[in-house]
Design a protein around this ligand. Structure first.
Ligand SMILES: Cc1cc2nc3c(=O)[nH]c(=O)nc-3n(C[C@H](O)[C@H](O)[C@H](O)COP(=O)(O)OP(=O)(O)OC[C@H]3O[C@@H](n4cnc5c(N)ncnc54)[C@H](O)[C@@H]3O)c2cc1C
Length: 421
């Protein structure tokens, strides 16, 4: 299909969900000449996409399900300031997902996922550069890399297989000497640990502003913005029909479902449920931390990230397995402050705000970027888990190719909606 042919009008495409994924899809679709409507009950970027650690973490290609990971879970759960928590009352509903997660924890699957993720990650910087330049946001990205920390040599060595796999797929890292680390991050305390430089990381200085710019650029060029929730979705061969909470009925030629952790609500109406859960994360944001960080610093031992943003230092992490609509438990955000104080000499807590957001987490750690198995005019873009901010522009470009009938440059078989059947 080429936009604008046949009936004299451009095809109308609705994108549901205005997080980083939906906003990027809408932007690329409009750039390709479609008539675009973006719909969300909250303003662009106000859900999971604004409160994350803000890293464009292209070398993060290793799935969370790998050999031996299940053995680590009891230790994480028993540690009161550990990185993982399961709400007991939500556990029964999570068991089918954990079962699939465990089934994916073999080395063959890990390598398959890493290769597939690398195929998306390799173009992330170029796709970001394109969208940031076009939307006047290039000044909101920093390209210095990031620093990874291990508390002990033993933990570092145990993860070396991951490093080797990343290197074999083209992502570099190098170990820093103590003096190199001191000159890069003077306030860092790391007595017995190991630090590595990750040159294949960049970060956004204000992720919310970036998403707002992308959505505003789309609407400023003729796209429509509707603040409403889709409650019903159906599709025939020629038309998609949506009903919203406020009573709107919207018809379109094409539909993109980019509703993050809520995507099964729409997917079950159009196709069926896929193994995705909300893996909830938290942040504490310190407006005036009293220290200077130039690089995002991630503790692999304690699973959290400290990222310097325009409006302060963000400390983000935690894997809380709970129902999507469960009340946030902000003591998990306060735990992150305590963890950060273990590493940062002189950290102050002036002006702390707290946040929780649901990562859309597939059991195999890979997103769904796919045409619907049941409807040729419906496309899915969700399930990006820990790396949606990284993969947003690339996903938007690929979805635009799929919708407009261009052959995507990436092999999408690993990201099919129906891969779990
Ligand atoms: C603590 C934490 C740290 C993270 N750090 C990073 C990082 O450093 N780098 C990285 O790449 N990723 C990171 N992530 C992951 C990243 O934030 C997510 O993968 C990403 O935000 C998912 O984007 P999304 O657009 O799919 O979802 P969302 O941002 O959640 O957007 C989905 C939107 O869909 C809307 N919606 C839902 N249902 C409907 C409906 N029925 N009708 C209309 N709209 C609807 C919602 O309101 C929402 O606005 C982190 C996540 C967390 C929690």
């Amino acid at each position: 299909m080429s936009p604008g042919d046949g009936n004299g009008r451009n095809p109308h495409c609705v994108v549901i969900g205005a997080g980083i994924i939906g906003s990027c899809c809408a932007w690329y679709l409009q750039k390709s000449g479609l008539d675009v409507t973006l719909i969300d009950p909250v303003l662009p970027g106000q859900s999971c996409s604004s409160g994350n650690a803000s890293c464009i973490a292209t070398s993060s290609i290793i799935p969370f399900s790998y050999p031996g990971v299940i053995r680590k879970v009891p230790g994480w759960l028993l540690d009161p300031i550990g990185p993982m928590y399961i709400r007991p009352r939500d556990l029964p509903a999570l068991i089918p997902w954990f079962w699939k997660f465990w089934r994916a924890s073999n080395m063959k699957k890990v390598e398959t996922v890493a290769v597939a993720q690398a195929s998306l990650m390799h173009s992330a910087f170029a796709d970001y550069d394109e969208i940031l330049k076009a939307t006047g946001s290039s000044h909101l990205k920093c390209s210095k890399g990031a620093i990874h920390l291990y508390d002990t040599e033993q933990e570092y060595r145990a993860d070396q297989w991951q490093d080797q796999l990343r290197t074999s797929l083209g992502f570099e890292s190098h170990r820093l000497t103590a003096s190199e680390l001191k000159s890069l991050v003077p306030c860092l305390k790391l007595d017995q640990g190991v630090a590595t430089m990750m040159p294949d990381w960049q970060h956004l200085l204000d992720p919310l502003r970036v998403i707002e710019h992308i959505a505003e650029h789309c609407t400023g060029n003729g796209g429509r913005w509707i603040q409403d929730r889709v409650i019903e979705a159906s599709s025939t061969e020629s038309v998609v029909c949506l009903k919203t909470e406020s009573g709107r009925v919207i018809e379109a030629d094409k539909l993109v479902v980019a509703t993050g952790a809520w995507s099964n609500e729409i997917a079950t109406q159009l196709d069926y449920k896929v193994p995705m859960i909300a893996k909830r994360g938290y942040h504490s944001m310190i407006a005036d931390p009293g220290i200077e960080l130039e690089y995002p610093v991630m503790s692999l031992s304690r699973a959290f990230v400290m990222t310097p943003l325009n409006d302060g230092l963000r400390i983000a992490g935690t894997a809380e397995f709970a129902a999507l609509d469960a009340e946030p438990d902000y003591k998990r955000a306060r735990v992150l402050l305590k963890q950060a104080s273990n590493y940062l000499e002189g950290l102050q807590y002036e002006g702390v705000t707290e946040w929780m957001g649901p990562r859309p987490m597939m059991s195999d750690s890979m997103p769904v970027i796919s045409v619907s198995p049941g409807h040729a005019n419906v496309y899915y873009a969700f399930g990006h888990g820990h790396y949606g901010l990284t993969q947003g522009p690339t996903t938007g470009r690929i979805i635009s190719d799929l919708v407009t009938g261009n052959e995507p440059s990436t092999d999408l078989s690993a990201f099919r909606f129906d891969r779990f059947v």
